[in-house]
Design a protein around this ligand. Structure first.
Ligand code: ASP
Ligand code: MG
Length: 408
């Protein structure tokens, strides 16, 4: 029996757009059988077909305004089950042996946080056994099982993380993420037509871009890739070889500013900035902690600034949880929700080390009439909060003025 050799192993993930129709599934199947015939051991992670996950979410809403998260996980994991089984059938039809596994069957062990679980361990015994029998092994992305045997999901886009975690578990040096774009761009090409593909980017920069709103990779997948040193190739499914390589910073050509991203899905919890502001803010933060809601930004104006308000910014997809807990635990209210703010972030190795960038950023924003409410910088990221309506113009102008549109 062949023992899986990490040099011959390939780990590949296909996103929903690559599997959106039976035809596309057959194309992926034929690509995988070719890889197999070239002597590779193949692990393939799949997402749900096309828009299935959104449709399932919509279906849940037709029967419940606040679906229990456990049941949401039961429902959403069905999406990946469909694509894994169909892909397996298509491969068999082409004369190769394949077998599909759910996250649980593949040994993807997670914590118990329904809808945003984290992978704790990969016990991929069955995957290994089937690879050793020469089969192409198909794993449902985005899902796992908790130690209590409950089915969990990893958060939207989580199949990238399944892919990287499996690559790490099998000591693969790299993995391929096939998606509908041919790589990571300097800005969202839908917003900025001059955006360019970034040939290689460091783990840290990619983590920041993903965390600040770029949807091309699940941010946890980059964390896992960095931790285990797995190179991630982001490529377009049926395109040419070029894409983006996410790797160690020593292996990339560094730029001052590498990319720009935006997040239009933020919610601000506003509290009056009066003399009790600190106590009230702490009460809100305590509730958010119990609701397992992350705080992205906290702004407390000086007590003397009359009429100001405290802002607690949270991710938009956690709004429901936050609201449910706030209404229940702080019945006196005293807060308001505001969904008019968006976030623009620039990411690059030189952001904090290179003087002058903040000034150029402010000048660019000023020239399109955008006035940031807050700016914060970390080592390689500068984030500004703007009115939602100002975000697109700001992204375009920053892209030009920071030189991102010019060939490197
Ligand atoms: N199907 C899931 C989603 O749409 C997971 C994924 O695509 O990675 O978010
Ligand atoms: Mg994705």
């Amino acid at each position: 029996m062949a023992i899986v050799n990490s040099n011959m192993l390939v780990v590949k993930k296909f996103g929903g757009s690559s599997l959106a129709s039976p035809d596309k599934i057959r194309r992926v199947a034929s690509y995988l059988t070719e890889e197999k015939r070239r002597g590779k051991d193949v692990i393939v992670v799949v997402s749900a077909m096309g828009d299935t996950t959104n449709q399932l979410l919509g279906l849940a809403r037709t029967v419940s305004q606040h679906p229990p998260k456990r049941e949401l996980d039961m429902l959403l994991t069905a999406g990946e089950r469909i694509s894994m089984a169909l892909l397996s059938m298509a491969i068999s039809e082409m004369g190769c042996e394949a077998i599909s596994f759910t996250g649980s069957q593949s040994g993807i062990v997670t914590d118990t946080s329904h809808t945003r679980a984290r992978i704790l361990d990969v016990k991929a015994f069955r995957v290994r056994e089937e690879l050793e029998k020469g089969k192409i092994v198909i794993v449902a992305g985005f899902q796992g099982v908790s130690p209590a045997k409950e089915v969990t999901t990893l958060g939207r886009g989580g199949s990238d993380t399944t892919c990287v975690a499996l690559a790490a578990a099998f000591n693969a040096r790299e993995c391929d993420i096939f998606t509908d774009v041919d790589g990571v761009y300097t800005a969202h090409p839908g917003l900025v037509p001059e955006a360019r593909r970034i040939p290689s980017i460091s783990y840290d920069e990619m983590m920041e871009l993903s965390f600040c709103g770029a949807e091309v990779l699940h941010s946890r997948s980059v964390e896992v890739a960095k931790r285990f040193g797995v190179k991630v190739n982001v490529r377009s499914t049926f395109g040419k070889e070029l894409g983006t390589i996410v790797t160690r910073s020593e292996e990339i050509e560094a730029h001052d500013v590498t990319g720009i991203t935006q997040d239009l899905n933020l919610v601000r919890i506003k509290l009056p900035s009066d003399k009790d502001a600190s106590v009230k803010t702490q009460a809100v933060l305590a509730v958010l902690e119990r609701a397992e809601v992350n705080v992205r930004f906290l702004h407390i104006p000086p007590a003397a600034a009359a009429g100001g308000s405290v802002s607690v910014m949270i991710p938009g997809d956690q709004k429901e949880s936050a609201l449910e807990h706030l209404e229940r635990e702080l019945p006196a209210g005293g807060f308001e929700l505001d969904e008019n703010l968006g976030m623009v972030s620039i990411v690059g190795q030189g952001i904090c080390s290179r003087p002058g960038i903040a000034g150029r950023v402010l000048a660019a924003l000023d020239s399109v009439g955008a006035r940031p409410e807050m700016i914060s910088t970390t080592g390689i990221t500068m984030t500004m909060l703007l009115d939602k309506g100002e975000v697109v113009a700001a992204v375009r102008k920053l892209h030009t003025d920071l030189g991102l549109g010019e060939p490197a």
